[in-house]
Every structure is written in C-alpha cells, then in structure tokens.
Design a protein. Structure first.
Length: 235
C-alpha cells in the first residue's frame, strides 16, 4: 500500500502548447466560420462572411444563401466537382460529401464543444483539489489522508477534514472556549508526538511565564482512507 505522505506535492500544471494552439485556432474559426454548398455537382467550402443574401433560422443556422458574384481567392476554401448532383446516387461521391461536411463540422462545432468539455473537467479537478489536496494525482487504490480533530480524554471526535490546517483550527477553537485565562498572554502551538511527517499532533499552550506549559488534550490524528478492502494488506 502506498503511503499518502510520500505522494509528491501537487502543482498547478501549465497548459500544454498544443492546447493553447488549438484554442487560438478555435477562436479564429469562431470569428470566421465555414459553410458547405452542394449544388449541381459542385461541392464547395465557403467562408460564411463571403456568402450573399444569407437567411438563418432561430438557431442561427443558414437556411438560404447565394454564392457571391465576386470574392477574394481566400473566400472560396475548396471546390470539388462531383459526378452526381444528389446524395445517394454514387457511393464515392457520397463519401466525398461526408468527408467535406465532417471536416467543417470538426472545425466549427466539434472543437469548441471539446474545449468546453475540457474546461468543465478542469473546473471539476480544481474543485476536487480544493477539497482534497492531491486527490487528482492519486493512482488507483492509493489511500487518501484525512485528519481527525479530537480530544483524547473525552473520547470525542469533532470532525474529519481533508487538510491538517482545518483540523487544527477546530481544535484551537475548542480550546479557546474551554479557557477563561487571558488569551493575549498565551501561545498555542501543535507539538507532534514523533518526527514522522504524519505524526499525531497535540495542542500545547505556553506562557505567560517560561515554565508555563499546558497540554490541552486536543489532537489532530492523520488517518488513511481507502476505496476498497484489501485482505492481503490486513494480513
């Protein structure tokens, strides 16, 4: 079983260059979408901005257009002469029609949808990291470390937390409620029971005199949580 304390500290990854390049191309395509015309055996890709007399439905899809009488060379992206005028008459022409439409759909629709999905996944990963630091870097079966705030003499558990700082804060707040002495003269610190990184800690109060030291009984105890039962690990 992997010790969660040995897991490397997560860092915020930089977006890869290829993803940044895709985002740039998607933004350029959004500003300049393409349109496929298929008329009397002429299969063409046009820039939508070059088409004339364009009409659209409520969803923004083009329902009517005419090709421009004059245009820049870069407005007419591609042109293929087919042997047939209508789909279903020749398998090879139908394949060419499908390929052209698929390329334009991939450029103008699929890539933006995939990037939006990536953004959603990144947001979910960020939320998971905020709740459980390091959770998105786990390998299958690796345990998760949580922290229990408790008081050993009363056998009371106050809560389980995904980070040590939150468990400490709970213990410190409980100790302040218990005490009537002036808080300004007290120094609180968490003392580990050993040098291990994941050792149990106890809240200790010092001051105001050098000899004043009071172990409060409030503990932060690290616990490992696993997703599945492993009989071999128990043995």
């Amino acid at each position: 079983m992997t010790n969660p304390s040995n897991r490397p500290e997560p860092s915020e990854p930089a977006p890869p260059d290829w993803l940044t390049a895709i985002r740039d191309r998607v933004q350029a395509a959004a500003d300049d979408p393409f349109f496929v015309t298929d008329c009397e055996g002429d299969l063409s890709i046009w820039r939508q901005s070059a088409l004339a007399h364009v009409t659209r439905n409520d969803e923004g899809e083009i329902t009517g257009w005419s090709t421009p009488s004059s245009y820049k060379v870069t407005d007419h992206i591609a042109e293929i002469e087919l042997d047939t005028w209508d789909p279903g008459e020749d398998p090879l022409d139908d394949r060419r029609r499908t390929d052209i439409h698929d390329m334009v759909i991939a450029r103008d629709q699929d890539r933006p949808r995939l990037l939006a999905h990536i953004d959603q996944l990144e947001a979910r990963l960020a939320a998971a990291e905020a709740a459980f630091p390091g959770i998105t870097y786990l390998t299958p079966g690796e345990p998760v470390l949580v922290y229990r705030a408790e008081h050993y003499s009363d056998l009371l558990t106050f809560g389980l937390y995904t980070n040590r700082e939150a468990a400490r804060a709970h213990g410190e707040d409980m100790d302040r409620r218990d005490r009537t002495q002036s808080r300004s003269t007290k120094i609180r610190t968490w003392v580990p029971e050993s040098g291990d990184k994941d050792a149990v800690e106890e809240l200790v109060v010092f001051g105001p005199d050098e000899e004043d030291e009071d172990a409060t009984g409030y503990l932060v105890t690290p616990l490992t949580v696993t997703a599945v039962y492993d009989p071999e690990a128990e043995e």
